[in-house]
Structures are given as structure tokens and as C-alpha cells.
Design a protein around this ligand. Structure first.
Ligand SMILES: *[C@@H]1O[C@H](CO)[C@@H](O)[C@H](O)[C@H]1NC(C)=O
Ligand SMILES: CC(=O)N[C@H]1CO[C@H](CO)[C@@H](O)[C@@H]1O
Length: 334
């Protein structure tokens, strides 16, 4: 039993909530990464490229400080492919969007944290499923080329492929790995995502388990990114969780898959509503991950960002619904 288990017991009894949110917790997790999604640059995606400040925005940098001071060490920065490389995937970087992305990334990595760059594109470019793997490889070679010298950047090939041919999803992930490494970005971690919204709970019952293990990376620094919400359909749209034990239950089979296949995983998105049942379920999942930290490298809450308003999972400091419900809980696992 590790120290965090004691904290967890205290939390269940309501005692951990006595700690002020501003207090930095002792790092008790064995997991390498713990962090949040940063939303904003991918907003307004029905208007491409759209206008900064009107259709989309960038994270408020001071909020990064708040998370870092509490021990969070990874930020998943959501961008749009069409904004960073407009018109065609074989095109060039948009200098204004790249400058803003670089400002955000450097701010994060200068604090010693990791910045995970993820095109929030669901395997689509201008709403069409990406079928040309060589164009996708070119996209990634160009984008990764801008961050070659920053080893604290993590490249996430795409957010939540879904309703796509399974082999295509595998091939797109492989093309991204090839493009990133061909750019000379050899020190960075890459996360790959599966079909079916990369759900952990369907990883082995669906087709990901049978196919995604085939990916190869010459640097052997590829992590399998899965997402897990705890509402009935696993979509992350309800504040109600199925049960207080649904967290660990939903990731058990995926954990076994990682172990049997010698792979490493990360839960790139998870969240629950601000209620006792969800809070217990979230703690159960993180505790389970912590005790399987040989394969689970970390977890990232969905989501922070300045434009979430009263969104059920908003962890934006300091008014977000989840900020107040979950910061002390998550603080046990950073
Ligand atoms: C690649 O990484 C995995 C996961 O850490 C490890 O089990 C495996 O031994 C590594 N393979 C090589 C060839 O280093
Ligand atoms: C579960 C969840 O919050 N999904 C959101 C992911 O991000 C996109 C784009 O910001 C939103 O539209 C989804 O609602």
C-alpha cells in the first residue's frame, strides 16, 4: 500500500477536502504524467480558419502557473490542423497560429512541464476523413519540425479517430510516427490514438486491441493514449457516473492489453461530474492506474480553458465546476 491510499481513505471520509485548494500536495503518484487538457485554440471549428478572439482563443498563461504550482506536469494543447497548416496537409505552417502555439508551448515547457500538441480533428481535415497517409505524414513532418529542439513536447497524432476503417487508423498513426521522426524529432514522446474515440473501455472488445499493437517507433517512445469517461454511454456528456466503481472497471481490460503487449498507456482525457459518486469513481480509477504504473504513465483531466463557462467538467481556475470539486482529489495523484 502506498501513501496515497491513506490520503484516499481520508478523502472518502471527507477529510482531504479540508486542505485548501492552493496548497501544493506531496507527489505520491508513481505515474510520470498528470495534467489537464487546455481548450480554446480548437474552438469555433465550423469557421475555418476563423478569427482569434472571436472564434477561438489560447489558454490564459497564468492558469498554467496555477496547475504547475499544484504539481500538474502535462498540458494537452488542442489545436486545429486547418489552422496550423491551412488549405492542404502538404502546405506550410501559418505563421500567426504557429507563433501563438509556440508561445503557449514554450510557456509550459519553460515551467518544466510537458506540452502535448494534439490536432483536435477526429481523423478529419476540413470535415473529410483523412485517407492519404503520405499527406498526413507530410503534415506531421512539417509540424514536428517546428518543435524538434524541445524535448518536453509530446506529439499526439490526432484526437479521437472514430467511424473510420480500422487499418486506416493504424496506418495514419504509423504515418504520423514516421513523419515526426523524419523531421528529426527523435527525443519526444508520441501518443497514438485508436478508433472508436480511443475509448479504453472498448479497446479490446472493439478492433483497436487486435490491430494497434503493430505500430512501430524507431525511438520506442510511443505511448497508447486512451480516453475514459464514466457516464453511461462513455461520451463525457453527463455529470452522472454509472457507479462508484465504474472507473477501474472500465480500464481493466485495456490495462491487461498493455501488459500482454508490452506497451505503455496514458489516459489523455477523463472526467466526472461534481458529485460524490463520480468523485469516488474517479479516485478508484486513478488508484487502480497508480497500482498499475508499470503500464500507465499518467492521466489528464478534461478540461481547462478560458471559454468553458459553467461546463460540467471545467477545471479552469478558479471558478470552474470541477476546479472546486476535484482539485484536492486530483492533487493526491499528481
Ligand atoms: C520498448 O519499450 C517498452 C515499454 O517500455 C519495453 O517493454 C520494451 O522492452 C522496449 N523495447 C526496446 C527494444 O527497447
Ligand atoms: C467530452 C468533451 O468535453 N468533449 C469536448 C471535446 O472538445 C470538443 C472541442 O472543444 C468539444 O466540442 C467536446 O464537447
Amino acid at each position: 500500500m502506498r501513501f496515497f491510499s491513506l490520503l484516499l481513505a481520508a478523502g472518502t471520509a471527507g477529510l482531504a477536502l479540508a486542505a485548501p485548494i492552493g496548497e501544493k500536495k506531496k507527489r505520491v503518484s508513481k505515474m510520470k504524467f498528470f495534467g489537464v487538457n487546455e481548450s480554446g485554440p480548437e474552438f469555433g471549428n465550423t469557421n475555418l480558419p476563423g478569427t482569434k478572439g472571436k472564434d477561438y482563443t489560447w489558454p490564459t498563461l497564468s492558469t498554467i502557473d496555477t496547475f504547475v504550482s499544484k504539481g500538474f506536469n502535462v498540458f494537452r494543447v488542442n489545436i486545429m490542423m486547418e489552422r496550423i497548416i491551412p488549405t492542404t496537409m502538404t502546405g506550410s505552417l501559418d505563421s500567426a497560429y504557429l507563433a501563438d502555439l509556440t508561445t503557449t508551448v514554450n510557456y509550459i515547457t519553460n515551467k518544466g512541464a510537458y506540452a502535448m500538441i494534439v490536432p483536435h480533428n477526429y481523423g478529419r481535415y476540413y470535415s473529410n476523413i483523412i485517407t492519404d497517409t503520405s499527406n498526413f505524414q507530410a503534415f506531421w513532418k512539417t509540424l514536428a519540425g517546428a518543435f524538434v529542439s524541445n524535448s518536453k513536447v509530446i506529439f499526439d497524432t490526432n484526437n479521437e479517430y472514430h467511424d473510420m476503417d480500422q487499418n486506416l487508423v493504424v496506418n495514419l498513426n504509423q504515418a504520423a510516427i514516421n513523419g515526426i521522426r523524419a523531421a528529426g524529432a527523435t527525443s519526444q514522446y508520441i501518443t497514438v490514438e485508436g478508433n472508436d474515440w480511443t475509448g479504453a473501455w472498448t479497446w479490446t472488445s472493439g478492433k483497436n486491441g487486435a490491430t494497434m499493437g503493430a505500430l512501430t517507433d524507431p525511438q520506442n517512445k510511443t505511448i497508447y493514449q486512451m480516453h475514459q469517461y464514466l457516464d453511461s454511454d462513455g461520451s463525457g456528456t453527463s455529470a452522472t457516473c454509472v457507479s462508484s466503481t465504474i472507473g477501474q472497471e472500465r480500464i481493466q481490460a485495456a490495462t491487461q492489453w498493455l501488459k500482454s503487449n508490452g506497451k505503455l498507456g496514458i489516459i489523455g482525457e477523463f472526467a466526472g461530474g461534481a458529485n460524490t459518486q463520480c468523485e469516488t469513481a474517479i479516485q478508484g480509477m486513478l488508484t487502480y492506474m497508480n497500482s498499475n504504473s508499470d503500464v500507465w504513465l499518467g492521466a489528464l483531466w478534461w478540461a481547462a480553458g478560458p471559454w468553458w463557462a459553467d461546463y460540467i467538467y471545467s477545471i479552469e481556475p478558479s471558478s470552474g465546476t470541477a476546479y472546486n470539486a476535484y482539485m484536492n482529489i486530483l492533487g493526491q495523484y499528481e
